[in-house]
Each structure stands twice: as structure tokens, then as C-alpha cells.
Write a protein that binds this ligand. Structure first.
Ligand code: SAM
Length: 320
């Protein structure tokens, strides 16, 4: 297992397997034409997954762009399972999930994270610029039906846009083992959304506490969220405070972009290119690239404020 300079064991890889996306979420990256968006071929993904598993990584998250747009997505999950990852998770907008949930489960996907910022059709369309809320809901229902549980729902907190959705989305945890996580908006290069719509997680807690009593659940290792249970509800709600209360000291992850670059920290432009290692199927070079990435992983990203110079370069390439 790789260990960084600060004693953190690095065992979790987030891998953006495509830059393509069928949503155009207002707070995400500026969008490239999908025709020129990058994605590694399946053979490269197989080499990478085998390699990083050998280096001691236990958990892989498949993200993007929208990973379910890849026609070989089930095969990618199967490869991750065959090479022995203990946890294989996937982040999706759920638009294509209804048709794919069963095959993903059979390929041994462990769990899903589904992005859902509003339960109101007009607001959902305003944020994503696509009128597909019904498909997302069907995807969630199908995933529960095939046993891809517990499902995690990620909701980005957007001041002036989705405050009214906080209680209804938390209500999804009432009867199902669903975990809703409210996520603080992060700054993305060239996108003014952060300045206008950032909402601290404490505001969301305030809104929920007007309706419900929240009981704190003790943190487990490497959890990025603070979790609570609403009295009498089956699931739980969490808050990911990447900005106002970051969790760098327990960060155990590296990110691999759809363009073959390892990013040791989401908010740093430091990156290590592994293209040569992958194209030449050179495992020793791959190992040394990952070791370097772990070595340069910063202690943390410090404080990020409105107007900050620290921002995410390309959310879709990085995978969130
Ligand atoms: N297409 C997939 C999806 O929608 O979940 C995976 C990729 S998306 C980039 C991964 C996650 O990043 C989503 O939950 C999305 O809401 C989140 N995200 C994108 N831009 C963000 C931002 N500026 N701040 C916080 N989260 C963001």
C-alpha cells in the first residue's frame, strides 16, 4: 500500500473514464463538444485497473463526464471486479440507469452515487438544462429493485436555487435505506456560479432542523461527510463541507483523469502524466508515476473563499 509524506494510506482511486456528458449542469465545467471529448479505450482502462490494484488500491470510483454514456461501462465494472477491487462504486446522473442497473449489479458494482439537485421538474431542468427528472427517478427505483443499496444521492447546495429542495430530498431517506449527501459548491475555472450560489452546509442543517430533529452519527474512517439520522427515518443525511470544513487530513484518494493524468489534490494543478506508461504497458513506469503522485500529494488545500484563486480546472476531465 502506498503511503504519503503525512502518513496517509492511499488506497482509493477516482477514475474519470470519459469527458462526455449528456447533462450541462450550470455549476460544472464549461462544456466541450462531445465529439472531441476524451476517453481512454477499454484496453488502457484494463491495464490501469490491474496496475493500481497491484499497488494496493482497494477502492475505485468510476466517474466522468457521464460514465453510463460508455457502451462498455458494464465491462469496465467487470474488469474492476475481476482484478480484485474490494469496492467498486460509480457516480452517475442516472439518466441511463434504468436500463443498466441490473447488468451493473451482475458485473459486481458495489454501490452507486447519484447526482440529484432538485425534485422539482422546472428547477431540475434549469440546473441540468435537460428535462429528464422522471428518468433519474426511474433509475433510482430500478437500482433499489436490483439491490444496488444503499444508494447515495449527492445534492449540490445552490443558494437561491434549491433551498426548497433540501427537505423533500432529505425525505427520500424516510422509507428507504438511502443516504442523501448535501455537498458544498466548489469553484470551477471560468464558471462564475461559485461566487453567486455558494451555500455553506450549516445553512442546510438549519433548514432541516426547522422540520426535524437530527441525530449525529459517529464518523467512520475516511468518510468525507458528517452524517445524521432524522428521527424515525430509515436512511441518513450527510453534509460534505469541501469548502467550509475540509477533510484533507483523512484524504486517501488520487484522481485519474480521462486524459491519463493523476491529480493528487482536486484543488491543485499539480499532476503526473501516465500516458507513456499506459501506452507502452510499462508497469514499472506506472508504479513510479503513482509513487511520485503520492509523494507530491499536498497536506491539504487550505481555505477556499469567495474570490479565491484556487479552483478546479476541468470538472469533467477530473470526475468531481
Ligand atoms: N456525470 C456524473 C454525475 O452527474 O454524477 C459524474 C460526474 S460529475 C462531475 C460528479 C459530481 O460532481 C456530481 O455529483 C456533481 O454534482 C459534482 N459537481 C460538479 N461540479 C461541481 C461543483 N462545482 N461543485 C460541487 N460539486 C460539483
Amino acid at each position: 500500500m502506498l503511503k504519503d509524506r503525512f502518513g496517509r494510506e492511499i488506497s482509493y482511486l477516482r477514475f474519470s473514464v470519459t469527458e462526455r456528458c449528456n447533462f450541462r449542469c450550470a455549476y460544472c465545467s464549461s462544456y466541450k463538444d462531445d465529439a472531441i471529448a476524451k476517453e481512454p479505450p477499454l484496453e488502457d482502462i484494463e491495464f490501469i485497473l490491474k496496475g493500481v490494484r497491484t499497488l494496493g488500491f482497494k477502492k475505485v470510483r468510476i466517474t466522468g463526464g457521464e460514465p453510463l454514456l460508455r457502451s462498455d461501462i458494464v465491462e469496465i465494472v467487470r474488469i474492476a471486479s475481476n482484478v480484485g477491487f474490494e469496492e467498486i462504486v460509480l457516480t452517475t446522473n442516472a439518466y441511463r440507469l434504468k436500463d443498466l442497473a441490473k447488468d451493473l449489479k451482475e458485473a459486481k458494482l458495489t454501490r452507486l452515487n447519484i447526482s440529484l439537485d432538485s425534485l422539482r421538474r422546472d428547477v431540475f431542468s434549469q440546473i441540468t438544462t435537460i428535462d429528464k427528472l422522471d428518468d433519474v427517478i426511474s433509475g433510482i427505483e430500478e437500482s433499489i429493485k436490483v439491490g444496488l443499496i444503499p444508494i447515495k444521492i449527492n445534492t449540490v447546495l445552490l443558494k437561491g436555487i434549491n433551498e426548497e429542495d433540501i427537505v423533500p430530498i432529505a425525505n427520500l431517506t424516510k422509507n428507504e435505506n438511502i443516504i442523501v449527501r448535501f455537498i458544498e459548491l466548489m469553484p470551477v475555472k471560468g464558471n462564475p456560479f461559485f461566487e453567486r450560489h455558494f451555500m455553506a452546509f450549516k445553512k442546510a442543517i438549519e433548514i432541516l432542523e426547522k422540520e426535524y430533529t437530527l441525530k449525529k452519527i459517529e464518523d467512520s474512517n475516511h468518510e468525507v461527510a458528517n452524517y445524521y439520522q432524522i428521527e424515525g427515518f430509515k436512511g441518513k443525511v450527510g453534509f460534505i463541507a469541501s469548502i467550509s470544513q475540509h477533510f484533507c487530513s483523512s484524504c486517501n484518494r488520487l484522481r485519474l483523469t480521462s486524459t491519463y493524468k493523476i491529480y493528487p489534490c482536486l484543488f491543485s494543478t499539480i499532476n503526473i502524466d501516465i500516458k507513456d506508461a499506459v501506452k507502452n504497458r510499462d508497469f514499472e513506469l506506472l508504479r513510479s508515476k503513482f509513487e511520485s503522485a503520492v509523494f507530491v500529494k499536498p497536506a491539504g488545500h487550505g481555505e477556499i473563499k469567495i474570490g479565491s484563486k484556487e479552483f478546479i480546472e476541468n470538472m469533467r476531465e477530473l470526475g468531481g
